[in-house]
Ligand binder design. Structure first.
Ligand SMILES: [Fe+2]
Ligand SMILES: [Fe+2]
Length: 172
């Protein structure tokens, strides 16, 4: 009896894992994490330079891994599966990533005490928040409709999950 209970718990966990593999759920989880870090940054206060530098570094690392996974795996899949409208959204999203990349490169060269550090990171946060909104409100629903085949979605999710583990290990 006991043994059976453990077994069914195992099955339940496995099911939970499959639903985490949904690529859109995965990306939304990343978004949530980044937005949480942005809140920490804003709450840290104007003189907490060291704290803010740490939070900014963490957020930028998350963003680099996230946007790389989107560009390598999710966006191509989105483009392949959906119509003209989505292709245009993806093209715009790639340019938005590019703007954030440029900001990140500049931020990395600045002293956290420099007022431009804070100014640039604030602009970065605003850009990323706008980008996240567009992805979640426009692109993701389109892709979800276009890729109705659940196993195809899981396949993409699994690929992204594996790539994320790789990237989180390398890029510190
Ligand atoms: Fe993105
Ligand atoms: Fe995203």
């Amino acid at each position: 009896m006991h043994h059976l209970a453990v077994l069914s718990l195992g099955a339940c966990n496995k099911k939970g894992l499959v639903s985490i593999m949904n690529p859109i759920t995965m990306l939304k989880e990343d978004h949530k994490k980044v937005k949480g870090l942005f809140k920490e940054y804003r709450d840290a206060g104007p003189t907490a330079h060291k704290t803010k530098e740490g939070i900014a570094q963490k957020a930028m690392h998350e963003l680099m891994v996230h946007s790389q996974i989107e560009e390598e795996i999710f966006y191509p899949a989105a483009k392949a599966a959906s119509g003209k409208e989505s292709k245009h959204m993806v093209a715009e999203a790639v340019e938005e990533h590019h703007v954030v990349d440029v900001l990140m490169e500049e931020i990395k060269t600045l002293d956290p005490q420099d007022e431009r550090f804070d100014a640039k990171f604030i602009v970065l946060m605003e850009n990323v928040e706008h980008h996240i909104e567009e992805e979640e409100d426009e692109l993701f629903p389109e892709v979800e409709d276009a890729i109705a085949d659940k196993s195809k979605l899981d396949q993409i999710g699994e690929k992204m999950h594996r790539r994320k583990e790789e990237l989180m290990k390398v890029a510190v």
